[in-house]
Design a protein around this ligand. Structure first.
Ligand code: FES
Ligand code: FES
Length: 915
């Protein structure tokens, strides 16, 4: 035992372990970094998220809080210890129930649940919630986790793994990447690191807006053994700006002389791992001169506040606009009209996996392995910053532990790439939770105003909407939000006279980017809360009012687009029996004068899948090898939503080949064609359509080779294709056919780009080829003395066109609702104050009520097998339905979201005071 190291002997998963540890080292680090047991995840390193949960001497603990020095004699069990050659009943139950989406929380959840089940084999829902209360999951909405734990010890006959050939679409097979997630074998961004990699630390601005000068870096390096190099903007070899929308690309990888937001990267320190881990960042030589800053659009538009970017006058990045008819005349002539204003807050994505990855050279190609939602966009942005041709950068996505939009923007990719290019050594980086929250994108805070009018028959006649979206210091997805909002702000309702304006305004706040819905959730809060007031003024039932105004086939949107396959009316109709029951229960609960008041609320959504009025192609390749494997080059990054499984199901049925024959080739830009980014609910529809086309093309090639008609059935047997048509049976020995490019005997590659058109100056055109629809009903209880809200039940009816995988659809709906609950009631990112998962609250397992999902399937003529997207849709109605239910319960409107207890209470007090 040296002075700095201690030797500890303990047991991990039944095996004796002796490890040399440092006095400050935690158990999580020993497990991951010394023993290679990377199933235990680190989401916060502070005891807030539970991702690192392990069993220590029979008790569940956060491994990130346990000092390794005290481990001697202890017994530790990790996720790797749950299976004994085969998966445990609990792990199998997780697969069957679809309880793991991205999978980053899954090890911690499983370990906690296993400990519960050992003591209590048949726990109640409350007992499960109690046992798992310390583990955060950002994807699932927890309901499937609860089901999986409660049913783990119930023997059930399951045919989930068996899918009949030709019937993959509509089935719910176990997700193809599921076993890795429940066994702890999935490799996320922080789970792989070359042994000789340098670690990289980022120097970030502590100021909202500041000029800075970097001091004597040579002296800094000399004074810190193990530090190898420092890099600044001056070292960036290419164009030092990136951005997801090339014409707006404006964000430097490393700021040069001026930082425009708190958390902006200004320098990199590369060194040996121990040196970086021991580094005092305050020792870095940089001097700051704080500048005046603006944190809100109103401040940023003041005449005396300078433009943050040349040419963006008044700090306006861009504006989106849609106009049809004469909205002023419609409002002036309306039988009733309502107006209102609402503000929303920054919302943090709070995926449990902070950004992580590494770079290394392979020959003359820079290879970056990291968590991402958009490998090809990462490649192109990184290549531009580093001055390399795109083909000399290869992005290999590691599993993403959640993304929800923020991992569409590059983060560490050019930073580790720069270090590797300059030093020739691999370079690895794992963001701390604070780095992740400070430096990555957020949901745009919005300040919105709207007026809506209706005629005496209760038909909406006109609407005017204006929204200012705080896009922060750089463009990111600001243009997308500004353009998407005006298209959607009417909601899925006929609105013959309409004007909507969305502005993206720069401030010195965090960069606002993509977050499930691109501004539509905020705009829907405005529209749907006004709809409740409009219905009330008209004396109409709130649900019936919506049904009467819902779009139907043949209607035109406010952009003039004629619609077909419209399912919003079906969704709203599906809620009717639940609405009647909930209304009766609320009436009865509110009969007395108790402090608890029951409320019910309803809201709708629609959402155009894919880019707004822009090209949006996906390409899929599928090939049959000489051994009879069907390789699907599937580049639609699966961030937990299930695209690996859904896209394969579509391709399987389109080709007629069995799902079980398919193997996935991931989103590696070196070997997989570009399937576009995982965003805007586009993968099931756009990449699914490409997979459908590729599957059909592959089938056509095989059938032509076998000289049979399209009625033939293709099977795979021992390295041969067996094709049957009536009495004809042809056996094609694959090994006897010369393989073509890529090593495939038969291969097809197809691209699909949705048929959209550009919008004219009034926003008229065809912005999206496919829309999805949904409506949600919320039942809740408000404590009128505390202002707290208890959610009782949510019923969600969503038109997904065709549920390619109903279990995954349910999982998306439940997960989206959980995020909608956070948006409505608790999530408010305050820079400088809530930069951790202790102060920034997201829904826990106790915050999500029972959810009943109703799948509505109105096929879309364009979508694969009729499917529409749903990833964004499912979050959109939740917050307005909650706000409407609060208003129903206590008669007050909360005009600043989230509706925290203090805001609800203030609104109740103001009403009581007659204000
Ligand atoms: S990593 Fe230990 S609780 Fe979050
Ligand atoms: S599955 Fe729980 S955080 Fe992703």
């Amino acid at each position: 035992m040296s002075a700095e190291r201690l030797s500890v002997s303990f047991e991990v998963n039944g095996e004796p372990v002796v490890a040399e540890v440092s006095p400050l080292q935690r158990l999580s680090s020993v497990l991951r970094d010394r023993l290679g047991l990377t199933g235990t995840k680190v989401g916060c390193d502070a005891g807030d998220c539970g991702a690192c949960s392990v069993e220590l001497d029979g008790a569940v603990v956060c491994a990130c809080l346990v000092p390794a020095a005290g481990l001697s004699g202890s017994r530790v069990r990790t996720v790797e210890g749950l299976s004994n050659g085969s998966l445990s009943a609990l792990q199998e139950s997780f697969l069957r129930h679809g309880a793991a989406q991205c999978g980053i929380c899954t090890p911690g959840v499983l370990v906690s649940a296993a400990a519960l089940l050992e003591k209590n084999p048949a726990p109640s829902e409350a007992e499960v919630q109690d046992a798992l209360g310390g583990v955060l999951c950002r994807c699932t909405g927890y309901r499937k986790i609860i089901d999986a734990v409660m049913n783990a010890n119930r023997s059930v006959a399951s045919d989930a793994a068996m899918v009949e050939q030709g019937r993959a679409v509509g089935a719910s097979p176990i997700r193809l990447d599921g076993e890795r997630k429940v066994s702890g074998a999935e490799v996320f961004g922080a789970d792989e690191r070359p042994a000789d990699a340098l670690s990289v630390a980022v120097v970030r601005s502590p100021h909202w807006h500041a000029d800075f000068e970097i001091g004597d870096t040579e002296a800094f390096i000399a004074a810190h053994p193990g530090i190898v190099a420092v890099f600044t903007a001056a070292d960036v070899p290419g164009e030092n700006r990136f951005g997801v929308i090339p014409p707006f690309a404006d964000q430097p990888a490393l700021a040069g002389g001026r930082a425009r937001f708190r958390g902006e990267a200004v320098a990199l320190i590369a060194g040996e791992r121990a040196a970086i881990e021991a580094l005092d960042m305050d020792a870095f030589p940089v001097s700051w001169k704080a500048l005046p800053h603006a944190l809100t659009p109103d401040e940023a538009r003041r005449p005396d506040f300078p433009d943050l970017h040349e040419g963006r006058t008044g700090n306006q990045l861009t504006q989106g606009f849609v106009e049809s008819g004469d909205p002023e005349a419609a409002l002036a002539g309306a039988f009733v009209s309502v107006s209102g204003e609402i503000e929303t807050s920054y919302v943090e994505h709070a995926y449990i996996e902070p950004e992580a990855g590494f770079a290394a050279m392979e020959g003359d190609t820079l290879v970056i392995k990291a968590c991402t939602q958009a490998p090809y966009m990462d490649r192109d942005d990184t290549a531009r910053v580093l001055g390399l041709p795109p083909e000399k950068v290869r992005i290999v996505p590691l599993a993403a532990g959640g993304g929800f939009g923020s991992k569409l923007d590059i983060s560490l990719q050019p930073l580790v790439g720069l270090v590797t290019l300059k030093t020739g050594r691999p370079a690895a980086m794992v963001y701390t939770r604070g780095d992740s929250m400070r430096s990555t994108t957020k949901r745009h805070p919005a300040a919105m105003r709207a007026s809506i009018g209706a005629d005496a028959a209760g038909r909406v006649t006109g609407m005017v909407f204006e929204g200012d979206f705080n896009t922060g210091a750089y463009a990111s997805w600001g243009p997308t939000v500004a353009n998407r909002v005006p298209v959607h702000a009417s909601g899925p309702y006929r609105t013959p006279n309409y004007r909507a304006t969305g502005r993206a305004i720069h401030t010195n706040g965090p960069v606002s980017g993509a977050f499930r819905g691109f501004g539509v959730p905020q705009a829907t809060i405005m529209q749907e809360t006004l709809y409740d007031r409009l219905a009330e003024k008209l004396g109409r039932d709130r649900l019936a009012f919506r049904i009467d105004n819902a779009l139907v086939d043949g209607d035109r949107t406010t952009c003039g687009q004629a619609l077909s396959g419209v399912g919003i009316r079906d969704c709203l109709e599906a809620l009717k029996p639940h609405w009647a029951r909930a209304q009766a229960e609320a009436d009865s609960a509110n009969a007395g004068d108790g402090r608890l008041r029951r409320g019910i609320g309803v809201a709708s959504c629609w959402y155009g899948c894919g880019n707004t009025a822009l090209p949006n192609p996906s390409t899929i390749r599928v090939g049959v090898t000489v051994s009879g494997a069907v390789m699907l080059h599937q580049g639609a990054v699966d961030i937990g939503q299930g695209s690996n499984t859904v896209v394969t199901q579509i391709c399987a049925d389109a080709s007629g080949l069995p799902l079980s024959a398919f193997q996935l080739v991931g989103g590696d830009t070196g070997v997989t064609p570009d399937a576009g980014k995982t965003s805007a609910s586009r993968q099931t529809y756009v990449t699914g359509k490409a997979a459908e086309k590729a599957g059909r093309a592959l089938r056509e090639k095989i059938l032509r080779f076998a000289n049979v008609s399209d009625a033939a059935v293709i099977g795979l047997e021992d390295g041969a294709l067996v094709i049957r048509e009536g009495a004809v049976r042809r056996r094609v020995e694959l090994a006897e056919i010369e393989a073509g490019s890529g090593g495939y005997v038969f291969c097809a590659e197809e691209t699909y780009d949705p048929p959209t058109t550009a919008l004219d100056e009034k926003g008229q055109g065809v912005p999206y080829a496919v829309y999805g629809y949904g409506a949600q009903l919320v039942e809740l209880e408000v404590d009128t003395t505390l202002g707290t809200v208890r959610l009782l039940r949510i019923v969600a009816a969503h038109d997904v066109g065709r549920a390619i995988n109903p279990l995954l659809v349910e999982g998306q709906i439940e997960g989206g609702i959980a995020q909608g609950i956070g948006l409505a009631l608790m999530e408010e990112y305050v820079p400088g104050r809530t930069e951790n998962l202790h102060d920034y609250l997201i829904p826990t397992i106790g915050d999500v009520p029972p959810i009943e999902t109703i799948l509505v399937e109105v096929p879309d003529p364009e979508g694969p097998f009729g499917a529409k997207g749903l990833g964004e849709h499912v979050l959109i109605p939740t917050a307005p339905a909650i706000l409407n239910a609060i208003r129903h319960a206590v008669g007050v409107e909360v005009t600043k979201v989230p509706a925290t207890p203090s805001r609800i209470l203030a609104a109740i007090r103001a009403r009581e005071a007659g204000q």
